[in-house]
Design a protein around this ligand. Structure first.
Ligand SMILES: Cc1cc2nc3c(=O)[nH]c(=O)nc-3n(C[C@H](O)[C@H](O)[C@H](O)COP(=O)(O)OP(=O)(O)OC[C@H]3O[C@@H](n4cnc5c(N)ncnc54)[C@H](O)[C@@H]3O)c2cc1C
Length: 620
């Protein structure tokens, strides 16, 4: 479908960031926005709307089915709310003016419509209304009920081991264990996400969502050096409804929100990137920007359950959506000897090949200021307790390697590629840290009552030697599905691809707003921060355009009393669970991250504006 309309903004990708950005921008009726999404509309698919079925759109049409390159750093090459300090680093250490705790936590609250759990819900959290929004587009609330394993055994054991359990972490202090709000609409207890937010505004005349529209590249109005200006986006109709292969849309501003595996390839196919990658593919380089496709990272996660226990789970509804996480700084998950040895290595290392110095500086800052670097994620059923590194030092790339615009990109997270000298040993840093921290954590819980009373087995055995334990972790670790990067927001000299106005260096009107521009890995789950980024980006764009300057409260959208209380349907979901505690839908199989013999399934990117991520995870 060709159109003669010139939009104010054309956005590639209707995912977490892109669709919310479009929704906020079109609050101003004078602003016209087109969103092009490669996938189809899945908003009525129960595998998407029912929280307990999360993950079940994997290996369906809502999944890009992308694999990484072969990963030598993984066993058999397999896989499958940020704190105040962390967000302030964007501005203070990286000179990203305007991007800090104040602006991002404000934007986060503006994206959120929080509902406190009803009094009869047994949630262990005590949310502070001041830390939550009441009129944003994404509903959030706490669990309907809390698995007693967590409230009666894990939390008391952590307290007995000497750890404080934090209050509402949206206040900026995130260290410790507890439940997180989930992106769920109370009332009908369905998933809340950019897609459901779109439903509420889909009649806006100034917002046009094109589904089955896969963007191939940017069309240019000017390719003159110093005046590289986009005219619009070229795309392919993937529905097969039309045989017209040269579809395009025009706009004053182009915004790429196609995610970490989508946005860098669009730039490269448009002539923006490293000439050594573009020229062999007969793409004329317009902007020599070798940072395009760099700085990709995926936190390393143990993909099995190191703690097993004798505990019978009763599903009374909602438990599958449990999101209880324990965030720890290095000091609290390493023995003193390991912490000192690692600190000695960090102190004596000025830079790391493949890692921008700015990002290494950030990591050291997080390390020494006791920011969380390891998470123990306890999720959805009694069997899931998985540790992972929050901020990996290993970084990789995402690039095109074909002139076919529909070809999958080459994704290389480069797991375990950074080596460290710890004492006399040279070790893969991320694996070493994950292994030592996991063994410490498991040891701690194994010896702390009352959790130790129900513990039946640790696997691998927590009494193994550290070297054997590390080998076992190596054999069982892979993707955390929390990839970010590829187009870092940093100064150009520091290896950045976009500036603080999300503008791609060397262009006049091409911006990126999605998880690829995080300057470093958020020390937590990325979805909440991605929504915050979308709202903050909308404000920046509004300022640039001289449009409505601030995001306004929309009473029609508000939970009306400001931080209202949820009312949960008292109906247990009709879900069955397999032996691993995963929900089993009637019509499709649950796909575990068993991985492939040679490649890593680095993540399943959802199409149709559909995001599989359930954990709201806020600014954690
Ligand atoms: C299996 C899985 C589980 C996860 N669980 C959690 C969780 O529990 N908590 C959490 O915080 N985070 C989680 N995440 C991570 C979180 O979902 C992402 O960080 C976040 O959604 C990224 O948002 P984004 O806007 O950058 O990209 P996306 O949400 O991926 O949006 C990109 C959109 O662009 C579209 N697109 C791509 N290429 C093109 C193109 N060429 N043309 C047009 N459209 C295109 C895609 O189809 C997609 O709709 C999970 C991720 C996965 C894969």
């Amino acid at each position: 479908q060709n159109t003669t309309q010139v939009y104010d903004y054309a956005i590639a990708g209707a995912g977490t960031a892109g669709l919310l950005l479009a929704i906020v921008l079109t609050e101003d009726p004078s602003i016209n926005v087109a969103v092009l999404e490669a996938g189809s509309d899945g908003r009525t698919n129960p595998n998407i709307t029912i929280p307990e079925l999360r993950g079940d759109i994997i290996d369906t049409e809502y999944d890009w089915d992308y694999y990484s390159t072969v990963q030598p750093g993984l066993y058999q090459n397999r896989s499958q709310a940020d704190s105040r300090v962390q967000l302030d680093i964007w501005e203070s250490l990286l000179n990203l003016t305007g991007w800090n705790w104040e602006t991002l936590s404000t934007a986060f609250r503006e994206s959120e419509m929080f509902f406190a759990p009803p009094a009869n819900a047994s949630s262990a959290e005590d949310p502070d209304p001041a830390n939550h929004g009441s009129s944003g587009y994404i509903c959030s609330t706490l669990q309907r009920s809390v698995l007693s394993l967590l409230s009666d055994y894990v939390t008391p054991a952590l307290l007995n081991a000497g750890y404080a359990v934090p209050g509402d972490r949206n206040g900026g202090n995130v260290t410790g264990a507890g439940f997180l709000p989930l992106a769920i609409c109370p009332g009908n207890y369905t998933r809340s996400y950019a897609g459901s937010a779109y439903t509420a505004v889909q009649d806006r005349k100034n917002l046009h969502l094109y589904t089955n529209a896969q963007v191939t590249n940017i069309s240019w109005a000017s390719t003159t050096s110093g005046n590289i200006t986009a005219r619009g986006l070229n795309y392919v109709d993937t529905s097969g409804r039309t045989s017209n292969t040269s579809l395009s849309i025009r706009a004053d501003e182009i915004i790429l929100s196609a995610g970490i595996a989508g946005s860098p390839p669009i730039l490269e196919r448009s002539g923006i990137g490293n000439p050594d990658i573009l020229m062999p593919l007969n793409i004329t380089p317009l902007v020599n920007l070798s940072s395009v496709g760099t700085g990709l990272r995926d936190p390393l996660m143990m993909q099995y359950q190191p703690l097993q226990y004798n505990f019978s789970v009763e599903f009374t509804g909602g438990e599958y959506a449990q999101n209880y996480i324990d965030l720890r700084p290095a000091q609290d998950v390493l023995s003193t000897a390991d912490y000192n040895a690692a600190s000695t290595w960090l102190n004596s290392t000025a830079s790391i090949p493949g890692l921008e110095d700015a990002q290494f500086t950030v990591f050291k800052h997080l390390w020494y200021t006791r920011q969380p670097l390891i998470e123990m994620a306890w999720q959805y059923s009694s069997t899931q307790s998985m540790p992972y590194t929050l901020v990996p030092l290993s970084q990789g790339t995402v690039h095109i390697n074909s002139s076919d615009p529909m070809a999958a990109p080459v994704i290389n997270p480069n797991y375990n590629s950074v080596t460290a000298v710890i004492g006399n040993e040279t070790v893969p840093w991320d694996l070493w840290f994950l292994s030592r921290a996991s063994q410490f954590y498991v040891n701690e819980l194994a010896s702390s009552t009352p959790f130790s009373d129900v513990l039946t087995k640790t696997d691998p055995d927590h009494n193994l030697s550290p070297a054997d334990y590390q080998q076992a972790v190596f054999e069982r670790s892979g993707t955390s599905q929390h990839l970010t990067g590829g187009l870092p927001m940093l100064s150009r000299g520091a290896g950045g691809a976009v500036d603080t106005q999300m503008l791609v260096y060397g262009t006049r009107n091409v911006r990126v707003v999605d998880g690829s521009i995080f300057p470093y890995q958020p020390s937590a789950h990325p979805m909440g921060l991605t929504y915050a980024m979308a709202v903050h980006a909308a404000k920046i764009l509004q300022q640039i355009k001289g449009s409505k300057l601030t995001y306004t409260e929309d009473s029609a959208r508000s939970n009306s009393s400001g931080n209202a209380t949820a009312s949960f349907p008292n109906v247990a979901p009709t879900i069955t669970y397999n032996a691993k505690g995963s929900a089993v839908p009637a019509s499709s199989s649950v796909v575990a991250f068993t991985g492939a013999a040679e490649k890593v399934e680095v993540g399943k990117w959802m199409v149709g504006g559909i995001v599989v991520a359930l954990g709201w995870s806020s600014l954690m």
